[in-house]
Ligand binder design. Structure first.
Ligand code: ZN
Length: 282
């Protein structure tokens, strides 16, 4: 099943895709997808519906982020060996954990806004995991049964803020629109192996990133277990699991985003995102 939200920003309606790819309004079942409402039980209830009996939403409507808001927006750094190499960083011995501001969340096709004066805004296609059940010291063997679903994430990153301004990476990962998620959350029954998913990202029609989740240093189950040993993960929390090689900072010389650029990114089976880069207004 694919969970998505359709409508203008701030007025989206929760929906599921039917067998023909039509978005069906489920607001009669759940007011919205948010940390207060998402759960494995909700997935079971939605799965039992006859989608063809639900109202269809217009196909040309905007797709919002698949959650109204996220709880914790956790991210993993340098989790692909080939990406670690292109950044010049050593392979981490344990997962690197950082946070993105929860309100960096954005729709999959919304404009990405460059922060004021930004010179080093970069792209990162990633597999995101949405938590569906409380994780408190979850064992690796049980971890995937706590997953609500999987989604595409662009972990947009301002490299100067991340690496040259001192302190934690959160500075470079948190600006408004730096967390496009979606187009939908795909439930685990449709993702038989999260460690064998092709990822891609193109900039202005040119290939930038190509990868597969099989080259992750730490797999999804390990990451959920590991993170849950430091903090309790709740339904509606998101872990974005690191990026494969091909980011702008890895080019020689580095290449960064400018207003007018276009990003297209996706993961096979999880859908695609398309973003235009614009200057921050106001
Ligand atoms: Zn990242």
């Amino acid at each position: 099943m694919k969970l998505l939200r359709i409508g203008p920003a701030g007025a989206e309606r929760p929906a599921i895709l039917d067998a023909d790819g039509v978005a069906r309004d489920v607001s009669s079942v759940v007011p919205d997808y948010s940390p207060e409402t998402v759960s494995l039980d909700l997935i079971a209830r939605l799965g039992a519906l006859d989608a063809t009996k639900l109202p269809a939403l217009p196909s040309a409507a905007r797709i919002g982020a698949p959650l109204k808001r996220v709880g914790h927006f956790v991210a993993i750094g340098l989790n692909y060996a080939d990406h670690a190499a292109e950044t010049g960083a050593p392979i981490p011995r344990e997962p690197i954990i950082f946070s993105k501001a929860p309100n960096s969340l954005a729709g999959p096709n919304d404009d990405v806004m460059l922060p004021r004066g930004s010179q080093k805004t970069d792209w990162e296609v990633e597999l995101a995991v949405v938590i569906g059940k409380r994780c408190d010291y979850v064992e690796e063997k049980d971890a995937l049964s706590h997953v609500l679903g999987y989604a595409v994430c662009n972990d947009v990153s301002e490299r100067e803020y991340q690496a040259e301004r001192g302190g934690q990476w959160i500075k470079g990962k948190s600006a408004p629109t730096f967390g496009p998620l979606g187009p939908w959350i795909v439930t685990p029954d449709e993702v038989p192996d999260p460690q064998n998913l092709d990822l891609f990202l193109d900039v202005n029609g040119e290939p930038a990133q190509r990868g597969n989740t099989r080259t992750m240093i730490f797999g999804v189950a390990h990451l959920i277990s590991y993170v849950s040993s430091f903090m309790v993960l709740e339904p509606g929390d998101v872990i974005t699991t690191g990026t494969p090689p091909g980011v702008g900072m890895g080019r020689k010389p580095p290449v960064y985003l400018k207003a007018g650029d276009r990003m297209r990114l996706g993961i096979v089976g999880l859908g695609e995102q398309n973003q235009k880069v614009v200057a921050r207004q106001g």
